[in-house]
Design a protein around this ligand. Structure first.
Ligand SMILES: C[S@@+](CC[C@H](N)C(=O)[O-])C[C@H]1O[C@@H](n2cnc3c(N)ncnc32)[C@H](O)[C@@H]1O
Length: 249
């Protein structure tokens, strides 16, 4: 294995204070940092002034940089610097393609230290005081991507029985109506509650609520935009219960 120290770092959901101490130290020690769109620019302030910062997110009006290009850039930086960080929003191993970058680096003789980040599901749930698991509502939590695979497969939704489960859907805004109607059909019940959290943990955070039957229209009216996360399941009712308890005290 080659000697370059490479960190694959989760930068958390947005609030720059949700970065781990380990991540801060790695950023401070890096000579080059490759970072994504969802990484808060405040996080980059931990880097030394001479650190080379390379943005690989979506450019204004342009498409995302293809993953192959990012992989190659990573290897190129690894060949030129002693300490390189790859910074990603949330956690690099949850819908972050961190595994693919690790594989690519390994093929080129580099190993990598992974520093986890707070994933959007935990952060969004915490930000609105909604426990993803609760003995009375959900004993299982499922994380799902709202992106279709190349073959257009959406089987994750058609098989989703939400009894005693919380489903968290990442990247679900674009295909929202298609997804919720599939889940609705499977459950034979469109009253299952849904919360959408946009820009979780950031100053522009918004929450939109409804149920499987009406959330698509509600979100459209509210003009919900990514980054946003869907939390689906009876646990969303917890938010009303906690208000009720507070009002009774
Ligand atoms: C490519 S995935 C990256 C997920 C990331 N690796 C993580 O662990 O959170 C991007 C999706 O994560 C979700 N997301 C990330 N940050 C978010 C935020 N601050 N608020 C709401 N959703 C967020 C959205 O669903 C967004 O489309």
């Amino acid at each position: 294995m080659k000697k370059t120290k490479i960190y694959l770092i989760g930068a958390g959901p947005g609030d720059p204070e949700l970065l781990s101490l380990k991540a801060v130290k790695a950023i401070q020690n890096s000579q080059a940092i490759l970072y994504d769109q969802l990484v808060n620019k405040e996080v980059l302030k931990h880097a030394a002034p001479e650190t080379k910062l390379v943005y690989v997110g979506k450019k204004k009006g342009a498409h995302v940089i293809p993953q192959d290009e990012i992989n190659n850039l990573l290897v190129d930086l690894a060949s030129k610097y002693d300490v390189v960080s790859r910074l990603k929003g949330g956690d690099p191993f949850i819908f972050g393609r961190g595994g693919e970058e690790l594989e690519h680096l390994a093929r080129h003789g580099y190993s990598c230290e992974v520093i986890p980040g707070i994933t959007a599901a935990s952060a969004a749930a915490a930000a609105i005081g909604l426990p993803l698991s609760h003995r009375d509502y959900a004993s299982q939590i499922i994380f799902i991507t709202g992106h279709k695979k190349e073959d257009g497969d959406y089987s994750a939704f058609t098989e989703l029985d939400l009894h005693d489960k919380t489903a968290v859907i990442y990247m679900g805004v674009t295909a929202l109506s298609e997804m919720v109607s599939e889940i609705c059909k499977k459950n034979g019940n469109c009253n299952i509650p849904v919360a959408i959290i946009e820009n979780a943990t950031l100053p522009l955070q918004r929450v939109v609520r409804g149920n499987l039957g009406n959330i698509s229209e509600i979100a459209q009216k509210a003009d919900v935009k990514p980054p946003a996360l869907l939390i689906i399941g009876n646990v969303v009712n917890f938010m009303d219960n906690i208000e009720k308890i507070k009002n009774e005290v």
